[in-house]
Write a protein that binds this ligand. Structure first.
Ligand code: NDP
Ligand code: GDR
Length: 371
């Protein structure tokens, strides 16, 4: 039975990857951070009480900023595969907390690699690094592929660039099986609530049920190549099953704007939007409503506005990936389209909003705000 260790197991990708590996018969170990309240919602459904017979899923307290802790966990678990998904993963937040982001995302990766080497596991343990399309930043070529030069545009992306190269360096220096998945944006109903897709699907669902009035966004012109997290974690596993370690771009090869994602999400609720104004003054107004998914909305309501607060000091305007290498060498193709993913996210958030609306109508205080 293979053993895997996942950092960031409580995050979007970590939870899907843990499910995938358990389904393949792995013993799965995950690192979770100590928090003052429960932070394991995304993996609670696969949690196994250690008192049950033959558990396959284990959680260890740890942190990517803590070398001795990482070394101890690696020594105890002796994993065949390490998936380094843990990160301060929010680009906008990285401008607010650049030093912490560098510590976790850049040096955290080095800590893990060096611990593997220190323990003499560098020929046994395969290593996956969650690299990112943010490395391309100010894009030098369209679409972006493995050979496209990097130009990171945020403290997050700069930290991830260090992580990318230290993975390559450990592969070249010590013969480690270590690889980078350069993943473009991927989303799901488990996406964190402050990333733009989930912020949109959640807010529009709440607005449709009368729980919120308006969705405030930043740059709606930004173009992204959005895929589904389930497709992308399958690829993370595939990358560690090859004879030779290599780096791969993982993307759908299609891009749409934030504005288009808003339009698509609203339509899933039966709401047609008209966008007017531009730049900092852009708004979206309801021009038609079909079906009964939006009982609290009416034609003429302005439900989306731009708020300059959400613009970033340096923006990544456009990202479009070329996944040809992954398709040719690994036979990977994404199965879920952005339209299907958007519909799944909206329906999931609509279900939650309807529950909250019922609770609110019975006098419960429901907090829905999110930055
Ligand atoms: P999430 O933000 O959903 O999850 C991040 C995980 O990292 C969480 O489990 C979080 O713990 C954990 N974490 C944060 N700080 C630390 C720390 N100091 N020590 C240990 N763990 C920590 O991200 P995703 O699942 O979306 O992404 C997974 C990885 O892939 C990240 O590295 C991200 O940067 C990268 N990536 C993501 C893409 C995407 O579109 N989703 C695209 C390309 C790369 P907690 O739950 O306690 O906050
Ligand atoms: P990104 O994702 O920065 O690409 O990083 P995010 O969803 O945060 O932003 C995508 C684009 O939308 C624009 N935008 C807004 N973004 C947020 N969060 N909130 C807003 O209100 C808003 N309005 C407009 C952004 O400016 C941006 O252009 C994600 C993360 O998962 C990273 O960890 C990962 O590496 C990359 O994807 C690939």
């Amino acid at each position: 039975m293979k053993k895997a260790l996942i950092t960031g197991v409580t995050g979007q990708d970590g939870s899907y990857l843990a499910e995938l590996l358990l389904g393949k018969g792995y013993e799965v170990h995950g690192i979770k951070r100590r928090a003052s309240s429960f932070n394991t919602q995304r993996v609670d459904h696969i949690y196994q009480d250690r008192h049950e017979s033959n558990p396959k899923f284990f959680l260890h307290y740890g942190d990517l900023t803590d070398t001795s802790n990482l070394t101890r966990i690696l020594k105890e678990v002796q994993p065949d595969e390490v998936y380094n998904l843990g990160a301060q993963s929010h680009v906008a937040v990285s401008f607010e907390a650049p030093e912490y982001t560098a510590d976790v995302d850049a040096i955290g990766t080095l800590r893990l690699l060096e611990a593997i080497r220190f323990l003499g596991m560098e020929k046994k343990t395969k290593f996956y690094q969650a690299s990112t399309s943010e490395l391309y930043g100010e894009v030098q070529e369209i679409p972006q592929k493995e050979t496209t030069p990097f130009h990171p545009r945020s403290p997050y992306a700069v930290a991830k660039m260090y992580a990318y190269w230290i993975v390559v360096n450990y592969r070249e220096s010590y013969g480690m099986y270590a690889c980078n998945g350069i993943l473009f944006n991927h989303e799901s109903p488990r996406r964190g609530e402050t990333f733009v897709t989930r912020k949109i699907t959640r807010a529009l669902a709440n607005i449709s049920q009368g729980l919120e009035k308006c969705l405030y966004l930043g740059n709606m012109d930004a173009l992204r190549d959005w895929g589904h997290a389930k497709d992308y974690v399958r690829m993370q596993w595939m990358m560690l099953q090859q004879d030779v370690a290599d780096d791969f771009v993982i993307a759908t090869g299609k891009q749409i704007s934030v504005r288009e994602f808003v339009r698509m999400s609203a339509l899933e609720l039966g709401i047609t939007l008209e966008f007017s104004g531009d730049g900092m003054n852009e708004i979206a107004t309801i021009t038609a409503i079909e079906g009964d998914n939006a009982p609290a909305s009416k034609v003429g309501d302005v439900i989306v506005k731009v708020d300059p607060r959400y613009f970033r000091p340096a923006e990544v305007e456009t990202l479009l990936g070329d996944p040809s290498k992954a398709k040719a060498k690994l036979g990977w193709i994404p199965e879920i389209t952005v339209e299907q993913m958007c519909a799944e996210m909206v329906q999931n958030d609509l279900g939650k909003a309807k529950q909250h609306a019922i609770l609110k109508s019975h006098g419960y205080n429901i907090s829905v705000s999110v930055e």
